[in-house]
Write a protein that binds this ligand. Sequence first.
Ligand code: NAI
Length: 257
Amino acid sequence: MAGRLAGKVAVITGSGTGIGQAIAIRYASEGATVVVNYLEHPEQADETKARAEAAGGKAITIQGDVSKIADTNRLIDQTWQQLGRCDILVNNAGIEIGANFWDITEADYDRVLDVNLKGAFFLTQAFVRRLRDAKRPGRVINMSSVHEDMVFPHFPTYCAAKGGMRMLMRDLAVELGPLGITVNNIAPGAISTPINARMMANPTELNALLANIPLGRMGTVDDVAGLALFLASDDGAYVTGSTYVIDGGLMRNYHEQ
Ligand code: NAI
């Protein structure tokens, strides 16, 4: 199939829902074969696969917990075994746990850091080792957040993880550039997805947020997918070491309530 990602294989973590799902479908519509990674709901991954195929691409699903190194290695190994290559990695899987700083448990800290940062770290390592051995170029796209830079009181674990992802991206852009591998972050603001379900169900909180967004609306998953397509496509070939904020202007106009 023709398209801006024709012939490419892309792994997108946590792509049974939300932003990851939209990226998988967009990539498939541009000719990529997509690997739909999911944690615990095969039916969601199957839905992404069906929609990716309806969009004209190919898709497979692979279960795996990105916070487990054995799973990250298996995800890349199975991709190469089944599809013979892997050109694009989107580290999208992420969670947030809100709590007062003084109440955060070690288990909550470990879970957020392990999924959001350690997962991206070691999955990228497995992805890069294969490219290095095959002498092939590649693209790494991390789903960071405006909170890689902007405060988010009561979510310090999330900020620590996304802030870590910011420096990980910058560091790897330099180390992996000579291998022809680009590394960039996408930093979404407020996007309508399941991660924001609680906030979106509370009209007071939602309206306060919308008042802070110059474009006056939350972002859609398709807004983010368009940017992820640019970074994965030939148009993004010379972009590395950057964070792309996609937030309707929120970051320039944010006031904590
Ligand atoms: P979501 O909750 O729909 O997506 C997260 C996905 O990650 C889910 O499919 C979940 O099953 C998966 N996941 C969680 N733990 C996993 C694990 N251990 N292994 C594999 N998969 C796992 O929410 P959304 O919004 O689509 O989130 C995607 C990314 O975008 C996250 O990294 C999030 O931090 C980031 N983000 C989202 C924003 C928003 O406003 N929705 C804003 C800024 C960043």
